[in-house]
Design a protein around this ligand. Structure first.
Ligand SMILES: Cc1cc2nc3c(=O)[nH]c(=O)nc-3n(C[C@H](O)[C@H](O)[C@H](O)COP(=O)(O)O)c2cc1C
Ligand SMILES: C=C(O[C@@H]1CC(C(=O)O)=C[C@@H](OP(=O)(O)O)[C@H]1O)C(=O)O
Length: 360
């Protein structure tokens, strides 16, 4: 429970931030998929810590090894095991809080649930675990690529610096050109300067990652509880520090009338299309063939380099001061994580949909 995700394309992750390493088992990846290790490496590089001045300075190369499930460059249909070793843990930085709870991190809730405190870094609750998800997500992306499906995310907001343009008006190929991963160069510079300033003031800040999936065929998703947007929402809300998810017109849509919000159908070369896409590519929990787009809100990082009020395991009031290497803002590194989780949902539903209709 709690460590696995997906139904057919199913992943289980393991490992802690300051343990020996972490990894993932993917069970259900179809046989015959060409493995592109260089691509998996690239994806991990986009997420790894220590990549710029606006991320945590922990230096992990996040080199991975595939242990099973691949033979002569192709998946065999058996479980794929992947490991990434930890090489730069500095657990000493956490000895001073070994019995204290950092406000708004998971120290207190994990202790309440398990009665055990792995105080080496955030343990299992550290976003280090998302390296395993990105490795699995890369394989899901390789599978989706065969079906012409792409998933691309970018940073659209940091604090109150907001990119007002919709994704349709942006050149998303520019996202990787800067360290904050915002495709608008000018806005990116503002965001970077802002995060750097917040970091220097020993504080942290939140932001929004936007994501678009293109080429998703109509018909993915289940009609009632496992609606495609519910699955995407769960995937996104399972990422550390996520506080909000909205898809399509989202919360802004409430300001519109039905006459404006409805997406009119038309035919293009015999194919059903919609003129607008307020539905975000999903209607009745099922994809309609249009782009699927959504936003994910991340809170400011909990560990700040300032004294904060807290309590310890003995129930005494204490002061907690941040130490160690932490992200001043998670969104630059969250971009590949959001993409990975979206790719896992879509790969899973692509395989599920094959059981829906005899002719698919
Ligand atoms: C990419 C990424 C990097 C993160 N880095 C840090 C960090 O350096 N320090 C920290 O306190 N929290 C960091 N977080 C957030 C914590 O992992 C998260 O707050 C914690 O697991 C508690 O979960 P919750 O915030 O979802 O309740 C990061 C999250 C992500 C997605
Ligand atoms: C190491 C990574 O990021 C970490 C995410 C994280 C957290 O609390 O989420 C806290 C910091 O590390 P630690 O687990 O040592 O406290 C970050 O450096 C990584 O993403 O690979």
């Amino acid at each position: 429970m709690g460590n696995s995700f997906g139904r057919i394309f199913r992943i289980t992750t393991f490992g802690e931030s300051h343990g020996l390493g972490l990894g993932v088992i993917i069970d259900g990846c179809p046989a015959g998929l060409t493995m592109d290790e260089a691509f998996i490496r690239e994806e991990l590089q986009r997420r790894k810590p220590g990549q710029s001045k606006i991320t945590t300075q922990r230096k992990e190369e996040d080199e991975f090894q595939i242990l099973s499930g691949v033979f002569e460059g192709k998946t065999t249909g058996t479980p794929i095991g992947m490991v990434i070793m930890n090489t730069d843990q500095k657990s000493k930085d956490y000895s001073h809080i070994s019995d204290k709870f950092r406000p708004s991190h998971a120290d207190f809730t994990y202790f309440e649930k398990y009665g055990i405190r792995d105080y080496r870094g955030g343990g299992r609750s550290s976003a280090r675990e998302t390296a395993a998800r990105v490795a699995a997500g890369a394989i899901a992306k390789l599978m989706l690529r065969n079906f012409g499906i792409s998933v691309q995310a970018y940073v659209s907001q940091v604090g109150d610096i907001k990119l007002e343009k919709a994704y349709t008006l942006l050149d998303l190929s520019l996202t990787e050109e800067n360290i904050v991963r915002c495709p608008d160069k000018e806005m990116a510079e503002k965001m970077i300067a802002f995060i750097d300033g917040v970091r220097k003031s020993k504080d942290t800040v939140g932001g929004i990652v936007s994501c678009v999936a293109k080429g998703v065929p109509a018909g993915l998703g289940e009609p009632v509880f496992d609606r495609l947007h519910a699955e995407l929402g769960k995937a996104m809300l399972s990422i550390n520090a996520v506080k909000g998810f909205e898809y399509g017109s989202g919360f802004e849509g409430v300001k519109m009338r039905g006459s404006e919000h409805n997406d009119a159908f038309y035919l293009e070369e015999g194919k059903v299309k919609t003129k607008t896409n307020h539905s975000g590519g999903i209607q009745g929990g099922i994809s309609n063939g249009e782009d699927i787009y959504f936003n994910v809100a991340f809170k400011p990082v909990a560990t700040i380099m300032q004294d904060q009020e807290s309590v310890n395991e003995a129930g005494e009031p204490v002061t907690v001061s941040g130490k160690g290497r932490h992200d001043p803002c998670v969104v630059p590194r969250a971009v590949p994580i959001v993409e990975a989780m979206a790719a896992l949902v879509l790969a899973d539903h692509l395989l599920i949909s094959r059981t829906n209709k005899l002719h698919v």
